[in-house]
Design a protein. Sequence first.
Length: 122
Amino acid sequence: MLILVQLIGLITIVIGLFALLFPEVARAWVAWWQPGDRLRLGGLLKAIAGVVLFVGAAGTRWPRPVSVLGGLMVAGGLAGALLPPRLLRGGLQWWRQRPALLLRAWGALTTAVGALILQAAR
């Protein structure tokens, strides 16, 4: 399970770095999730990653922060899978319209969270 937690941390770092270094790529990535059932797929993947963090937290160096992150990911993932797509598309559209500086800041925060997960799972 620890390897899966590390993998989630690494994926989170990569996503964060893309947003930090290439905000236009991050903007295109957000747009990719809008059509069809991709929103529900994204929610499901996020919920699964959250369950892995929540269950795997006990084997990490910092179980409480990792389990809290896992719980937040499960909640966000379930919201993404269950909320009406029109509400979710509005949120994605909002993100696409934000300035590059905000996307970079969000990327920095995402990278830091991924690093925390990865460090906790070492």
